[in-house]
Unconditional design. Structure first.
Length: 68
């Protein structure tokens, strides 16, 4: 059994390196869906538009967009 820290919150967990814990994974999925829904309604939106209308920080939006 291998121990690692969650790359989102730092909580100790069992599993592979650089994985998210269940709480962070749920939050990541919710935020991803929120951004996806906004972009479906506003396809030409900029990062700033997404941040202003979803209330999410720029760093979070940027991180989610990079992963897609």
């Amino acid at each position: 059994m291998q121990l690692s820290n969650c790359s989102g919150c730092g909580k100790l967990q069992t599993g592979r390196f650089e994985t998210l814990c269940t709480d962070c994974l749920k939050k990541h999925i919710e935020v991803s869906h929120q951004i996806k829904h906004y972009l479906q309604l506003h396809p030409g939106a900029s990062l700033i538009d997404i941040c202003q209308h979803t209330g999410l920080p720029l760093s979070t939006v940027n991180e989610i967009i990079k992963r897609v």
